[in-house]
Design a protein. Structure first.
Length: 518
């Protein structure tokens, strides 16, 4: 038995070493920002949603998130770049044509571009992750291997897990993303440690716990340190998008705030059954079981009448440089405004440079830990009026995501559409024409039953009929994504671009008016 365990450990060590050896071959460039010039490069895109199936199965049309990386087709403007794009189900041809049509410097009928875009599929719409599907298909792996030049290639994905690491090794293609051995830095508890280490303001909270008794004890400790707190928030350590997030109301037991920690812990334990959830399909029985699987933390809930949820996006290059590429306002809903619905670029001017600098500190600390690839930091900004009635904003970091998030693809799209330049001194992106650009994006447009049954090419006909195209001459207008989810789920994503927030909102409102009349 001892020899088997030793052999297993040796194998895991070997895999980790192979993975790191491959990553050492990555070019030290940011695909979103840097000019790839004339270098030869094969970019393998495997947009696998390798997350907990219990979370992802709640998201309508989750495998259509694989379409989020289609803006990277813009990289085909470089004559020596090839893209190999793998999906669960084949992409509708109209989707590909749509992106090739709107992206600058790419001609729809250019046969060379078509030759350098290779689309592959597993023909499998099950809820298991795309990476799992590929790994289960040795012939598909061989097909990819026959196409990709390993010595001049890289792989990008949505999130990096041991599945993506295994796929990277099997294909001998380096993965431009987090080493899965470091994924704990992107958990809720790992985020708290990073914030503490780089002195970034964040809500007081516990370390990770693995059962409800310890959760109650941890909650009592946090309450004792913060006796005036009214509510506490419970988060699964690996939760996504606000799913499985619970709110514990301390007002019901406020008389205990001066009691001993033992008394507080006992009463908190009794109150856990009354925790409220953002996701109405969740309940305490379900969450308590999942705490045993992945752990949870409990934090002070930040109160405020004027409260916003900005975020910072960045990339850590293989050479260890941290590049901040955007800030956003997250658009949230749910009973306490914790469920991600979309975002707007850029974040509020009053604090965008402040959170940008805090995000840079986080990125530099992650780089010291060995992290590479995309990351984001979510904040809470609370506005407090001064003596003149003007708001002063106080920002606290709440979590780190070391993956491509909901704010990643719309910014990538904007950048590629406008050949933009992100100015870190202002937090604005200027197009090649010198104009600052703004957008609002939503992925939750699925309120109307008439959307169901629409095919991508039929939507594009509606777009043409009502002149809802993105206009390259003004670099404004709506861009549609996740069109593949329309027919089955009636779901659609839109990124509406303008020369101001107001103009972006006007374009979005116009789209919604047309869609509601279908």
């Amino acid at each position: 038995m001892g020899q088997k365990i030793e052999s297993l450990n040796d194998n895991l060590f070997s895999l980790a070493e192979q993975f790191r050896s491959l990553q050492n071959k990555l070019p030290d460039q940011c695909l979103e920002l840097d000019d790839l010039g004339k270098q030869e490069l094969d970019i393998l895109i495997v947009p696998s949603i390798s997350m907990s199936p219990r979370d992802t199965q709640k998201i309508l049309g989750i495998h259509h998130w694989e379409e989020r990386l289609l803006p990277y087709l813009a990289l085909l403007k470089y004559p020596n770049v090839r893209l190999i794009y793998v999906t669960s189900q084949p992409l509708h041809p109209a989707l590909v044509d749509y992106y090739l049509h709107i992206l600058p410097e790419i001609t729809l009928l250019d046969t060379d571009v078509r030759k350098r875009l290779i689309l592959l599929s597993t023909y499998d719409s099950s809820l298991i992750s795309l990476s799992s599907k590929v790994l289960e298909r040795p012939r598909l792996i061989q097909q990819i291997s026959d196409v990709v030049k390993p010595e001049k290639s890289l792989m990008i994905c949505y999130v990096s897990t041991p599945l993506e690491r295994e796929l990277s090794i099997r294909l001998q293609v380096p993965l431009y993303a987090l080493d899965p051995d470091l994924e704990h830095w992107g958990t809720k508890s790992g985020s708290q440690k990073i914030f503490s280490e780089c002195d970034v303001p964040h809500p007081d909270g516990s370390q990770v716990v693995w059962n409800t008794r310890d959760l109650a004890i941890a909650g009592a400790e946090v309450w004792s340190r913060n006796p005036n707190t009214k509510r506490m928030i419970i988060k699964l350590n690996e939760g996504i998008g606000g799913l499985c997030t619970g709110i514990l109301d301390l007002e019901k037991i406020v008389e205990l705030k001066k009691s001993s920690q033992v008394e507080k812990a006992e009463e908190i334990y009794k109150q856990l059954d009354s925790v409220t959830f953002q996701d109405k399909s969740e309940d305490w029985a379900s969450l308590s079981n999942r705490i045993q699987e992945q752990g949870a933390i409990i934090q002070v809930y930040i109160e405020g009448n004027e409260k916003r949820s900005p975020s910072v996006q960045g990339v850590i290059t293989p050479g260890g440089e941290t590049k901040i590429i955007s800030t956003h306002e997250q658009i949230l809903n749910g009973s306490d405004g914790l469920l991600f619905q979309g975002c707007a670029f850029p974040a509020e001017a009053a604090y965008r440079l402040k959170i940008q600098e805090l995000g840079r500190k986080v990125g530099e600390k992650l780089a010291q830990k060995g992290v590479i690839g995309p990351f984001s930091v979510d904040f809470l900004a609370v506005g407090q009026p001064d003596e003149n009635g003007n708001l002063t904003w106080h920002c606290q970091a709440v979590e780190i995501n070391i993956r491509r998030g909901g704010a990643s693809h719309p910014f990538t799209l904007l950048n590629f559409l406008t050949n933009g330049y992100y100015d870190t001194t202002t937090g604005l992106l200027h197009s090649a024409k010198g104009l600052p650009k703004y957008y609002i994006t939503s992925e939750q447009i699925h309120e109307h039953s008439n959307y169901r049954g629409l095919l991508p090419d039929q939507l594009i006909e509606i777009i043409s009929e009502h002149q809802l195209h993105f206009d390259p001459s003004t670099e404004t207008g709506p861009v549609f994504h996740m069109m593949g989810a329309l027919s089955e789920f009636g779901k659609l994503g839109i990124t509406s671009i303008g020369n101001s927030h107001e103009e972006a909102k006007e374009h979005l409102d116009r789209v919604m008016k047309v869609l509601e009349a279908i």
